[in-house]
Design a protein around this ligand. Structure first.
Ligand code: ADP
Length: 301
């Protein structure tokens, strides 16, 4: 098969592991930087050009679209789909999962466990918002944040009020969430491929840090999931319409709660913590599922 990895840099760990896995399974691999793709949007002959050359004969693509290029990246993926190329994660699912609020609404609608979450627009509604999520301590998140930046723990009602007012005053989109104290600064990353969690790790924040992001000094270890955690992760990925997903879960007093569903989950942390060949499993999934025009819009809205 001829498989494209839609990534900006072939030296990134995840990209180079996917390259290696594709080649070692006897396929042809190409890294394509979506920001260097330009497109011809006509109904009879949709095409994509990359650095001046028309991309042809691809059977599958693996989107690894960074958050900062979601809009353009998703439109390139959509163009591949129009050309009949199988994309392991579809463009609609990628766009859907990048919108944190929309994702939480879709998950809530299907009854997936979530931290009690509120959002508001006007600074006049701050008190009501705080009350709605059960008061302080609570977590305030910038919707545009990634890697734990813009996630704030407000320990008192007063701190919560002033931080929320400041963010809203700056016209930032935020959500306010019940603080899951019992998670103890840890979360669980479930790596989902198709209908299975193929690997899982626990990420523990550095001493005194409630955020478990590896980019913030957290450490990762292997973890055994409960059946409920497994099914929660698989359901969350399915609701988003993602075949490949990193589902982040917190262990709360009221069961597993989903924090986020990531459409381009990193491979380094999970492969190192579990010793599993996740890149190879992704390619295996593509071998089974890639057929021309096999992208049907999955997911729920
Ligand atoms: P990002 O997408 O920027 O990584 P997250 O929403 O995943 O932001 O939050 C970063 C980390 O903060 C999480 O991995 C988790 O450890 C911690 N965290 C986030 N929300 C909560 C919460 N409601 N209760 C407890 N810990 C939380």
């Amino acid at each position: 098969m001829k498989i494209g990895i839609l990534s900006r840099n072939s030296k990134l760990y995840s990209t180079s592991r996917l390259l290696e896995a594709i080649k070692s399974r006897g396929h042809e691999a190409h890294v394509i930087d979506v920001t260097r793709c330009y497109m011809n949007i006509t109904s009879h002959n949709p095409g994509i050009y990359f650095k001046g050359k028309k991309l042809e004969d691809f059977e599958a693509v693996i989107p690894r679209i960074g958050a900062s290029i979601t809009f353009y990246g998703a439109s390139v993926v959509r163009q591949f789909e129009m050309m009949g190329v199988y994309s392991v994660n579809e463009s609609v699912a990628i766009s859907r999962s990048r919108d944190k609020l929309r994702s939480l609404q879709l998950l809530a609608r299907k009854g997936v466990g979530l931290p009690v979450t509120g959002f508001a627009r006007s600074p006049d509604d701050v008190k009501g918002l705080i009350e709605m999520v059960g008061g302080a301590p609570l977590v305030i998140k910038l919707l545009e944040g990634t890697q734990g930046i813009g996630v704030v723990l407000a320990e008192t009602e007063q701190a919560a009020e002033s931080v929320i007012e400041a963010f809203l005053g700056l016209k930032a989109n935020i959500l306010v969430q019940e603080f899951i104290k019992e998670a103890g600064g840890a979360d669980i990353r479930c790596f989902v491929i198709g209908e299975k969690v193929v690997a899982a790790m626990k990420r523990q924040g550095a001493e005194g840090e409630f955020r478990s992001n590896l980019h913030r000094g957290g450490s990762a270890t292997l973890i055994k999931l409960t059946p409920e955690e497994r099914s929660t992760a698989v359901r969350a990925a399915r609701i988003m319409g993602l075949n490949i997903a990193g589902v982040d879960i917190l262990r709360s007093n009221h069961g597993p709660v989903v924090m986020e569903v990531n459409s381009s989950p990193g491979l380094r942390g999970i492969e190192e913590a579990t010793g599993k060949d996740v890149a190879g499993m992704i390619v295996g999934f593509i071998e089974k599922n890639a057929k021309p025009f096999n992208t049907k819009t999955r997911g729920e809205g």
